[in-house]
Structure formats: structure tokens, C-alpha cells
Design a protein around this ligand. Structure first.
Ligand SMILES: [Zn+2]
Length: 197
């Protein structure tokens, strides 16, 4: 009797574990690289030290001023704003509690560093809070606004999940690799019915 009872208990636990695990499964997101890979460079600078004891909660995507910035995934614009530190920035909300931040967007008039450009030189035409975007869609332009002023132009890119920033580096590297593969996606020559690879 006891043995049968223990067997039933073991079976119940074995059956319950996968159910518990799936209930706590974490969502993931696949990103489209948010800038032209041919002109963008980045390293894993997540949590690098910054002034005032702050830590760097994103990765910097270095690129020339006015390089196009693309939506990293399908989503909705939930914020367009400006602050002393971030400069001009945009936040997209995606499915399942994911968000991406695009910070230090351009605020300079062409050929200047005046910080007085119209927002038409910051955001893609017609983009505003509530706009729906698809992955890879133009959303804005690289700049050096906010505390990036005087440094090299870049997009400070953040990836948030359920309200907390995560290191976006692995997601960005995967996106980078897919973008480069797509650039190089020339079908291999077919010889005698076989692909030569
Ligand atoms: Zn940054």
C-alpha cells in the first residue's frame, strides 16, 4: 500500500514539474538590427561606469549622424520626448512586455551641432505616440543629443522586459548576424542539380 502510494506521489511530481515550468516560462523577442550594419559598430558596454555613479543600461550603436534608425521589432510608439541626459528619444512597446528605447536621436540642423533641428530631422515622417511600426521600419535618425553632445554620434539602445532593462547584447549580435547573412544571401551556384556549398 505504502509503495503504491509513493509511486503515485512520484508520478504526480513528475507530471507537475513540466506544468510548473511552462507556467513560468520567460518570453523572448527576436530583434531586427536597428541600424545599417555596414556603418554601425557596437560592443558590450552594458553596465559600464558612467558619471554620477550610474551604470550603462544599454548598448551604444555607433554610426554617423543621420544614419537611419529602424524599429527593432513590431510595436507601437509609446513615448517621444526630450531630456537633458537622453536628448531626443523614442520608446517602442512590443508584445509580451518587451520595450526598446532609442536615445540621443538627432537634434542638429544639417552640417551643424546646434541642437535646434526641427523634429523632422529626429523622427521618421509622421511618426508620433500611438503610431504602429513594423520591424525594420524607419523610425528616426542617429544623433548626439543629450549627454552624447560632444561625443561620437550613436543610438543608446535599451531592451526592457516587464519594466526592467536587460543586456541587449546577445539579441543585437543575433540580429547583426541575420542582417549580415541577408546582405550576403546570394544563392549558391547549381551544378548538375546539386548546390555547391
Ligand atoms: Zn549609451
Amino acid at each position: 500500500m505504502l509503495r503504491r502510494w509513493i509511486t503515485a506521489l512520484v508520478i504526480a511530481v513528475v507530471l507537475a514539474v513540466p506544468l510548473t515550468a511552462s507556467a513560468h516560462e520567460v518570453s523572448d523577442i527576436t530583434l531586427t538590427f536597428p541600424q545599417d550594419v555596414a556603418v554601425t559598430s557596437f560592443v558590450d558596454d552594458w553596465l559600464d561606469r558612467r558619471s554620477g555613479g550610474r551604470r550603462h543600461e544599454g548598448n551604444d550603436l555607433m554610426a554617423p549622424k543621420m544614419t537611419e534608425v529602424y524599429a527593432a521589432a513590431d510595436g507601437v510608439v509609446i513615448k517621444v520626448s526630450e531630456s537633458a541626459r537622453a536628448g531626443r528619444y523614442l520608446i517602442l512597446e512590443h508584445a509580451d512586455g518587451w520595450e526598446t528605447y532609442y536615445i540621443h536621436l538627432n537634434d542638429d540642423s544639417p552640417g551643424s551641432d546646434d541642437g535646434e533641428a526641427p523634429w523632422a530631422l529626429t523622427l521618421a515622417p509622421g511618426l508620433r505616440v500611438g503610431s504602429e511600426v513594423t520591424a525594420g521600419q524607419l523610425i528616426g535618425y542617429v544623433g548626439d543629443s543629450g549627454n552624447a553632445e560632444g561625443g561620437s554620434p550613436h543610438t543608446h539602445f535599451e531592451l526592457h522586459y516587464q519594466g526592467l532593462p536587460l543586456n541587449p547584447h546577445d539579441h543585437l549580435v543575433s540580429a547583426w548576424e541575420r542582417a549580415v547573412a541577408a546582405l550576403l544571401d546570394v544563392p549558391p551556384p547549381v551544378v548538375n542539380g546539386f548546390y555547391m556549398v
